[in-house]
Write a protein that binds this ligand. Structure first.
Ligand SMILES: O=C(O)CCC(=O)C(=O)O
Ligand SMILES: [Fe+2]
Length: 208
């Protein structure tokens, strides 16, 4: 199903828990959006990738697009509020996010969505996570990326330059403020032979 995964030579296999989130760097974007980025947030990320690949009940999805049904170009899993996460490191990551961001967010993260991009053909098209409260309210979505880095692109809905962050190997990005309603994000397809990437998206209650 997936191509060979090239582990990072820099990966720290000593699993000591996520690095302090106080080192995350915030970039303020236009229209009240921002992103926090912390490269190499979770140590042992390559091992975590391998565990998630086998432990998670990945499912394919198809969606109706006008009069056609098309395959979603990635594999998915979703953990609702209170569900047991598929790896203890994901609980540690959630606890660290809650401790750091709750004062600003006003609530804990609640759900975990997982995506598996099997190779460069898998992708997510331009969108904001606006099915829930993100359509009208400021919120946060925290994404842990493991496996082969893929660029996450962000662009303002009103037009303007695209921002690009390469994410894999335990990196964290948090999209905050108005990011879901005033910006869009995407993981573009790549013509290159890329190894697989898994992303874990932590969202607050009723943010989808
Ligand atoms: O894989 C990612 O980093 C982004 C996924 C995403 O945007 C989504 O699932 O809404
Ligand atoms: Fe998204």
């Amino acid at each position: 199903m997936t191509g060979a995964f090239q582990g990072s030579l820099l990966d720290d296999t000593d699993e000591t828990g996520p690095r302090p989130l106080t080192s995350a760097r915030r970039t303020r974007l236009a229209h009240g959006a921002w992103i926090d980025v912390l490269p190499g947030w979770v140590p042992g990320a390559d091992a975590l990738f391998e565990r998630l690949l086998t432990a998670v009940p990945w499912r394919a999805e198809s969606r109706r697009m006008y009069d056609r049904v098309v395959d979603v170009p990635r594999m998915l899993a979703f953990y609702r509020e209170g569900d047991t996460l598929p790896d203890p490191v994901l609980d540690e990551a959630k606890a660290a996010l809650d401790e750091h961001y709750t004062p600003e967010l006003g609530e804990p993260f609640s759900t975990a969505g997982l995506c598996l991009y099997r190779d460069g053909r898998d992708s997510v098209a331009w969108h904001g996570d606006t099915l829930g409260r993100g359509a009208t309210q400021d919120t946060m979505i925290a994404i842990l990326s493991v496996g082969t880095p893929r660029p996450l692109l962000l662009r303002p809905r009103g037009g303007g330059p695209t921002i690009r962050r390469e994410l894999g190997h335990g990196d964290l990005i948090v999209m905050g403020g108005s990011c879901q309603r005033t910006w869009e994000h995407a993981i573009p397809k790549s013509a290159r032979a890329l190894g697989p990437r898994i992303s874990v998206q932590y969202r607050p209650h009723n943010v989808r």
